[in-house]
Write a protein that binds this ligand. Structure first.
Ligand code: DOR
Ligand code: ZN
Length: 472
């Protein structure tokens, strides 16, 4: 057999094992993995001695802004960032303009995504006004759903609990996972008004408006609705230690619930508000050090399944504001996650295998992509990142691909950098350079998605059943 490429003599890392060997790739798929002398003949070979080879990261939480806010980010710039950051698949959020709420708006997004360097899944919106569109979105090719329980950028209204329940009932029948921005909108709105009424507009007022109970209430409510309906859910951006208890308890009750946190919650604390000002404004907020410590415990005991970025770029002008309420929330992340977290691996806070599990294998499993993605196995897509764990430097917003590169991690010292990224066997980043010819190589992952058989519950109580409108 003649193959396209052999990556030779690397330390190959999966979530289960680590060994020195080589990987053979043909037609975008891994065809052999093992000792170098067992490899088939190849057209090309890449010497990776002294380097590590990992399954590419799958970032289950990015905002690429197109259509509607292309000055902040585009699919081209966002996926170029992903390629440079060792990320081979992204899941993109629906709070664009228009929001991804029906077939028409999904098709607009798919058109924008045709410039992607890396593979992608699209989140469809679960909102109060588009419950009748959820099944069309599934047919049209979304990978999962997103529900904003707390209001956020683009002002999508948070659906009332009754609408969320109906959405869960519908989606549970299809087994698709529903990702939740789990913050209680009403508590936050009242706190913010109270803070504004007494003249607070300093950066720490943002934290004061969103105490952990905001998240704990929403996580608990989502878990109850998921338990009732059998819906699969994913808690986005866990920011507080307090959320871990309802997540653990839901897992113990058998709820199909996964959770992610982000590098900013693991690496920043309240000091960032004084040091970085409005730049650090993000929803949910970066919190006090005690939460950071508890989140690391949640990472170690696997209450937190994955690390995603909530890549949420805005322009410099939109990020900087002396009035905290006027600064846009979120910052770039898809390109900085890997060096930031590999630095924690280098410090001994996380093993490389745990890193692979949290950034690749777990998201692949949760969203039905495993083992085509999230694995280095014969038959898996050759979505691969080669990393240099000895390379040191600092995060530098001047070299990021994002159109909104402002980040509170600017100048953060790093050790461990992705040097090559391959998506289905094709280099999208080589020797730290973007392969511009690979623009448009990215595909919708729906092509490989295999959700396990759904287990909806309490079907006799659904709104559809009691009104006789159940399609099934
Ligand atoms: O800070 C945030 N910004 N949090 C979110 O959940 C959304 C995001 C955005 O779209 O800007
Ligand atoms: Zn987000």
């Amino acid at each position: 057999m003649l193959v396209d490429l052999v990556i030779r003599n690397a330390t190959i890392v999966s979530s289960e094992a680590m060994f020195v060997g080589s990987i053979a790739i043909r037609d975008g798929v891994i065809v052999a993995i093992g000792l170098d002398e067992t490899m088939p003949d190849s057209m090309e070979s890449l010497d990776a001695r002294g380097r590590y080879v990992l399954p590419g990261a799958i970032d289950a939480h990015v905002h690429f802004r197109e259509p509607g806010f292309s000055h902040k980010e585009t699919w081209e710039s966002g996926t170029a960032s992903a390629a440079m950051g060792g990320v081979t698949t992204v899941f993109e959020m629906p709070n664009t303009r228009p929001p991804t709420r029906d077939l028409e708006t999904l098709n607009l997004k798919l058109k924008a995504a045709s410039s992607a360097y890396v593979d992608f899944g699209i989140y469809g919106l679960l909102g109060e006004d588009n419950l009748d569109q959820l099944e069309n979105l599934i047919e049209g090719g979304v990978a999962a759903f997103k529900c904003f329980m707390g209001n956020t950028f683009a002002n999508l209204p948070s659906p009332p609990t009754g609408a969320i329940l109906e959405g869960f009932e519908i989606i549970a029948k299809h087994g698709y996972r529903i990702a939740l921005h789990a913050e209680n909108a009403s508590i936050m709105a009242r706190r913010q008004l109270a803070l504004q009424a007494c003249g607070r507009c300093d950066p720490l007022a943002h934290l004061a408006a969103r105490p952990p109970v905001v998240a704990v209430e929403a996580v608990s409510r989502a878990a109850i609705l998921a338990e009732w309906t059998g819906a699969r859910i994913h808690i986005l951006h866990v920011s507080s230690g307090d959320e871990l208890r309802p997540i653990r308890e839901a897992k113990q009750r058998g709820v199909d619930i996964t959770a992610e946190t982000c590098p900013h919650y693991l690496l920043l604390d309240e000091k960032a508000y004084t040091e970085k000002g409005s730049l650090v404004r993000v929803n949910p907020p970066v919190r006090e050090k005690v939460h950071q410590d508890q989140l690391w415990v949640g990472v170690q005991d696997r209450t937190i399944d994955m690390i995603a970025t909530d890549h949420a770029p805005h322009s410099k002008e939109e990020k900087h504001n002396d009035d905290i309420w006027g600064a846009d929330c979120g910052f770039t992340g898809v390109e900085t996650q890997m060096p930031l977290m590999l630095t924690q691996v280098a410090k001994g806070r996380l093993s490389l295998m745990d890193y692979v599990r949290m950034t690749s294998t777990a998201p692949a499993r949760a969203f039905g992509l495993f083992p085509r993605k999230g694995a280095l196995l014969p038959g898996s897509d050759a979505d691969i990142v080669v990393i240099d764990m000895d390379r040191e430097g600092a995060v530098d917003e001047a070299v990021l691909q994002s159109l909104g590169p402002s980040t509170p991690f600017h100048q953060y010292p790093i050790k461990g950098v992705p040097v090559h990224t391959l998506v289905r066997g094709r280099f999208v980043m080589k020797d730290r350079k973007l392969v511009t010819a690979a623009r448009g190589h990215g595909l919708n992952v729906r092509r490989v998605q295999q959700m396990p058989t759904p287990a909806p519950r309490n079907l006799e109580h659904t709104t559809a059943a009691i009104t006789g409108k159940d399609r099934a």
